[in-house]
Design a protein around this ligand. Structure first.
Ligand SMILES: NC(=O)c1ccc[n+]([C@@H]2O[C@H](COP(=O)([O-])OP(=O)(O)OC[C@H]3O[C@@H](n4cnc5c(N)ncnc54)[C@H](OP(=O)(O)O)[C@@H]3O)[C@@H](O)[C@H]2O)c1
Length: 435
């Protein structure tokens, strides 16, 4: 595709986003782009567009030589990959919003773009209307980019806002998010953190040149949080947010995961409520920068799709410059976490480097402590549904003082720690803080 080419579009999907882009393109006359055909699944549905535009036959779009752009907006990632890979092989530029498809096939999609020399853009796949991918791709040099930390899933943010601000029970908050159209067709993608980790997979490709599969990144959603955790948040003047984050450590390796976080008032993410998304980008010279906006919905998402279509007019494509840096993911760092449970015997305290707080109430107990990331994910208690884990503010720790660790390990080894009362724990905590 060359600069100035007329854009003749084949659109797949006419749902929330598909209909949105159809409407928006009708009003964007200066774009010199028109939709020639729309492929949908159910031919019998009533549509807000002329009937002769619709087909259920992929080939009418994919084999039409006049169509030079495929806009893929269906809700089936497997079929979407078939459509997108055929389109790229047929030399058609592709725009998509399908994060699951992009994240799960990013390595193959990179290869197809290179082999067939066709542009493939997906700004709408991450944070809806927020222009995060092009910013990471074009503006932030890998060496300067310290971290990206974001609320990237509007549906879970909406649920958490309702749970904390209005004490709404989780099932009711989820139902409301679904009713308002913020949740994915399959809401488990949102609440289990799968949608967020798909987006993180895409973000780290553009931020640090790391190409991986979402299943290789730790992701925990919001389904294990309970009202006790929300109450603790309130007592500490925190909010709970589901955060996708990637941090470049001093050894050049990347720590990347999706976990619930306690956020304090000093963070810009504290005020990101309801279905909104926000991303804090930290670079070594500029310090923190904050992008905020609507992460889902018909027109916010359509605006990002429109921007990609528009970028094709000047033959824009992602260059993936940072792939050459060969950055790697690491699990060799520490986290300061809050961990709540019914009884302290449900976790293994020996996994912690140290414990800073322990509180016991009739309904539930919690501790705050520092644990090595790889020990956390390997532990036999971390994945239990009765245990909730939340990362504390500034919770990523690169290195710890080994003298402290030795002393603590020693204390734990001789202390039958798990059988001790909260009073003994608090004495131990005092002793440790004096090391
Ligand atoms: N909704 C959002 O706010 C949002 C935000 C960011 C990204 N996205 C992404 O955008 C994409 C579309 O989401 P959506 O919310 O617009 O979905 P949606 O409202 O559920 O609509 C899905 C559309 O895909 C069509 N479709 C499904 N399978 C098909 C197939 N095999 N061949 C042709 N058409 C097929 C459906 O056809 P019928 O009409 O015939 O059923 C429908 O028109 C998804 O990848 C989603 O993750 C959505």
């Amino acid at each position: 595709m060359k600069t100035g080419d007329k854009l003749t579009i084949g659109l797949f999907g006419f749902g929330v986003v598909g209909q949105g882009i159809y409407e928006v393109l009708q009003q964007s006359l200066s774009l010199n782009a028109n939709i020639k055909k729309i492929c949908i699944k159910e031919p019998g549905k009533k549509r807000e567009a002329p009937a002769d535009l619709f087909t259920t036959d992929y080939e009418e779009l994919l084999s039409d030589p006049e169509i030079n752009v495929i806009v893929e907006l269906i809700n089936d990632a497997g079929e979407a990959f078939k459509i997108v890979s055929t389109a790229l092989k047929n030399g058609k530029a592709v725009v998509t919003a399908n994060k699951k498809m992009v994240a799960e096939h990013i390595a193959e999609l990179l290869q197809l773009q290179e082999q067939y020399d066709t542009p493939f853009l997906y700004e709408a796949a991450v944070c809806g209307s927020i222009p995060i991918i092009r910013n990471l791709e074009e503006y932030y040099d890998n060496d300067l980019l310290k971290s990206i930390c974001g609320i990237v899933n509007g549906s879970t943010n909406y649920i958490l806002t309702k749970m904390i601000d209005e004490q709404m029970p989780y099932p009711k908050a989820l139902e409301k998010a679904q009713f308002l159209g913020f949740a994915e067709t399959d809401p488990s993608l949102d609440v289990l953190g799968i949608d967020a980790v798909n987006k993180l997979t895409i973000l780290i490709a553009h931020a640090y040149g790391v190409v991986t599969h979402p299943q290789r990144l730790l992701h925990v959603g919001i389904d294990r949080l309970n009202p006790f955790d929300a109450k603790t948040a309130e007592e500490k003047d925190f909010v709970i947010k589901l955060i996708a984050q990637a941090i470049k450590l001093t050894n050049g390796k990347i720590a990347a995961f999706v976990l619930p976080h306690y956020i304090d008032k000093s963070s810009q993410l504290y005020a990101v409520k309801d279905e909104f998304n926000g991303v804090v980008i930290q670079s070594s010279l500029a310090d923190k920068q904050f992008l905020y906006g609507k992460g889902a919905g018909r027109y916010p998402t359509a605006s990002a799709v429109l921007s990609d279509i528009s970028a094709l007019r000047y033959a824009y494509r992602y260059e993936y410059h940072k792939l050459n840096t060969h950055a790697e993911i690491t699990d060799d760092f520490y986290l300061r976490i809050y961990c709540s449970f019914e009884k302290i015997t449900q976790i293994d305290l020996k996994d912690f480097e140290w414990v800073e707080e322990f509180h016991s109430q009739e309904v539930r107990q919690y501790l705050i402590g520092v644990i090595q990331f790889k020990k956390l994910i390997a532990s036999n208690w971390f994945n239990k549904k009765i245990i909730s884990v939340i990362v504390c503010p500034d919770g990523v720790i690169e290195e710890i003082d080994t003298r402290k660790v030795k002393k603590l390990s020693h204390l734990l080894a001789g202390s039958h720690f798990v059988e001790k009362t909260s009073e003994t724990l608090s004495n131990l905590t005092k002793e440790l803080s004096g090391i």
